[in-house]
Design a protein around this ligand. Structure first.
Ligand SMILES: Nc1nc2c(ncn2[C@@H]2O[C@H](COP(=O)(O)OP(=O)(O)OP(=O)(O)O)[C@@H](O)[C@H]2O)c(=O)[nH]1
Ligand SMILES: [Mg+2]
Length: 361
């Protein structure tokens, strides 16, 4: 078996966590698997570092969407199949994935039909974005996001309702019913990437099915897509923090930093579907903080076990905010919170751009 799968879905839906769980499960059950983290930023992004730190067989394609670099993608796949002995390789797609079916699967089928079988084009979703689509809840995300959320779901061969551990029985049924109505011919599998519930069943489904090349009618105009992208900006930075005396608690530091950014975004009426902070100390221990909306608590997805004297930090987010404001507010938050912890900060790199902007700050 030489399979390749694109994993699409909204920011924070759990694409990386699902891919990590699937890769681990397949490897443990005798089928070599690997994941690729694909994003627009410069290399060394949080998802790639996090999955590597967790011991998952993981690669990164950064700087461009795999939609537009098929040759680069196929070279990577060939290496993983031949040298790595992989049977299943999965990749996410920057941001939203809408159009990736045509651009990635379409080009692979046309130009490289003998290299791999295409697994179901898989869309990950979860409760908070479904509530947005159902006009329920109090998400601060702009309504334009609904064009993306809906189109993503329509593009799938398979929909994975993730984060099952967070729902009551009634919520789970309500989400499944909504998905069946919106996409009546598409199977829905409910899983929790965090607890592992449903992951073995999902892995078996993916190994035994292929893509049907669905032809979705998004019923969304170019202008509506543009309007949604126009609301979003991406910010990535890497910096090195060093304490001037004693040591510090990296878990508390990352949490406080995410909270500071959250509160400043909320103050301006902005939102962030996902902000990630990852840090790894020299001995390999690591911590990760995730923020999934300005009305949410920061989640410490992984705790550092010991106190630190220094720390390389990666911060990535795609937020519903103006790019100039986003860059300014994150920079100020890093300065302020680092000051509270007596940390001096050396920034390796920083980039911030609106998803509709040509230039980068
Ligand atoms: N409770 C719960 N949390 C989950 C589950 N899967 C993922 N998460 C959490 O949701 C947050 C986002 O997960 P990611 O896997 O980073 O989401 P993503 O879709 O890759 O996000 P982007 O890369 O920003 O698009 C993290 O804090 C995860 O730990 C799940 O099944 N249950
Ligand atoms: Mg991810």
């Amino acid at each position: 078996m030489r399979k390749f799968m694109v994993v699409s879905g909204f920011l924070g839906s759990g694409k990386t966590t699902v891919m990590m769980a699937l890769t681990n499960h397949l490897n443990q059950t005798g089928r070599k698997a690997a994941m690729i983290s694909n994003d627009l930023g410069r290399k060394g992004l949080a998802d790639y570092r996090y999955s590597r730190a967790a011991g998952v067989v993981s690669e990164e394609i950064s700087g461009e969407c795999i939609c537009f670099i098929t040759e680069n993608l196929i070279e990577r796949l060939r290496r993983l199949y031949s040298d790595g002995g992989c049977e299943m390789i999965m990749s996410d797609i920057p941001g939203f994935g809408v159009g990736a079916l045509e651009h990635v699967y379409g080009k692979l089928r046309e130009k490289y039909p003998d290299d791999c079988e295409l697994a179901p084009f898989t869309v990950i979703t979860e409760g908070s974005s479904l509530r947005k689509l159902m006009n329920k809840g109090d998400s601060a995300l702009p309504d334009e996001m609904k064009y993306l959320l809906r189109s993503q779901l329509l593009e799938g061969d398979l929909i994975v309702l993730n984060k099952a551990d967070l729902y009551t029985e009634e919520e789970r049924e309500e989400y499944e019913r909504f998905l069946r109505t919106l996409c009546p011919s598409v199977p829905v599998l409910t899983v929790s990437a965090l607890t592992g519930e449903g992951i073995p069943g999902l892995a078996e489904y993916l190994c035994s099915h292929g893509t049907e090349f669905p032809e979705p009618d998004f019923n969304v105009t170019e202008e509506q897509f543009e309007a949604a992208f126009g609301k979003l900006s991406m910010y990535n930075c890497q910096y090195y923090a060093e304490v001037c005396c004693d040591d510090f608690d990296a878990n508390a530091y990352l949490t406080e930093l995410a909270e500071e950014i959250r509160d400043r975004l909320a103050e301006k009426g902005y939102d962030t579907p996902h902000l990630k902070l990852f840090a790894q100390s020299e001995d390999g221990d690591y911590c990760k903080a995730d923020l999934l909306g300005v009305k949410e608590n920061v989640i410490l997805t992984r705790r550092m076990k010991h106190r630190c004297v220094d720390l390389p930090v990666v911060l990535n987010t795609t937020s519903a905010a103006d790019s100039v404001y986003l860059a300014k507010t994150i920079d100020e938050s890093i300065r302020l919170v680092s000051g509270r912890y007596n940390l001096s900060v050396a920034v390796y790199y920083k980039e911030c751009f609106g998803l509709n902007e040509e230039g980068r700050i």
